[in-house]
Design a protein around this ligand. Structure first.
Ligand code: FES
Length: 120
């Protein structure tokens, strides 16, 4: 099993004021994608509209900086980078499509930061 943490900053009382970070944890079998792990938690921030076919970009997450060198890079033949670069929230270092990351034991303990729900 691979353990993954999804964290999100929230601002109690609206957009102003101090933010706090919350996180949810899930354990999934090796080979599960990061998007499927998010779905197991029913995270609305990862609607994954195309069901993991690398076509919608709605499974966009930020990989925590500590894990950047552990996550396999974007494949050259994949449309992933094009989908990511269309997003206003694109971060050249941390942005990934969660449906394109298979969880292996090397990624056990992976920390992922959620974006706001991009459809709302
Ligand atoms: Fe659509 Fe990942 S679920 S691109």
């Amino acid at each position: 099993m691979v353990k993954v943490f999804f964290s999100k900053k929230i601002r109690p009382g609206g957009q102003k004021g101090t933010s706090i970070t919350t996180s949810k944890r899930v354990s999934v079998p090796e080979g599960t994608t990061l998007m499927e792990a998010a779905r197991k938690l029913d995270l609305k921030e990862v609607p994954a509209m195309c069901g993991g076919n690398c076509a919608c970009g709605t499974c966009h997450v930020y990989i925590d900086e500590f894990y950047l060198d552990k996550v396999p890079p974007i494949r050259a033949c994949s449309p992933e980078i094009d989908l990511l670069q269309e997003k206003e929230s694109f971060d050249n270092k941390r942005s990934r499509l969660s449906c394109q990351i298979k969880l292996t034991k090397e990624l056990n303990g992976l920390l992922v930061h959620l974006l706001d729900d991009e459809l709302l």
